[in-house]
Design a protein around this ligand. Structure first.
Ligand code: FES
Length: 173
């Protein structure tokens, strides 16, 4: 009798263990699937939040887009290319490196004040990148611009230093 009870007890214990391990396995499976789903959604969000230029990125030749898509007097930022494409009132293009010529912080375009501003030590630059307010010692550097088949190309692999803006720096379609 005692032996029979012990056998019953052992059988019950085995069954409990089996159920427990099945339950644990299910929990583990659900946990793993949830973690994968979170990673996938997070990865997708990061992809869409990433700032993008039309084509190309810093250090390469960036295709900024068709010349006619940039109105006269416009400033368009290309975060991946680290430059601003400026189109003067007479239609000339200039690609300004976003790096401040003082100590290298990134400038921002303030449309309401029509200036580039450096948040580090308050240098500012005019529409063509000339120094308006020091300590920046010289105009923002530029990148070579070419226009091929109506497309504006900016070579971000070769920055060009300059003291000031001159009219011959503008490139026309
Ligand atoms: S780095 Fe721009 S003002 Fe100093």
């Amino acid at each position: 009798m005692e032996r029979q009870r012990k056998e019953q007890h052992d059988a019950q214990k085995k069954s409990d263990n089996r159920q427990l391990s099945r339950r644990d396995f299910m929990k583990l499976g659900i946990g793993t699937l949830s973690a994968l789903a979170i990673l996938e959604v997070g990865g997708a969000s990061l992809f869409f939040m990433k700032p993008r230029s039309l084509e190309g990125e810093f250090g390469t030749e960036v295709i900024a887009g068709p010349a006619e898509s940039f109105p006269a007097g416009s400033v368009v930022q290309f975060p991946d290319g680290r430059f601003f494409l400026v189109r003067s009132q007479d239609g000339g293009f200039l690609a300004l490196y976003q790096r401040c010529t003082h100590l290298g912080c990134s400038v921002t375009w303030e449309a309401d004040k029509s200036r580039f501003f450096c948040p580090c030590h308050a240098s500012s630059f005019d529409f063509h990148g000339d120094v308006e307010n020091p300590p920046a010692p010289k105009a923002l550097d530029t990148f070579p611009v070419t226009i091929v088949n109506g497309q504006v190309l900016v070579d971000t692999g070769h920055s060009q230093a300059r003291d000031t803006f001159t009219q011959n720096q503008l490139v026309y379609a």
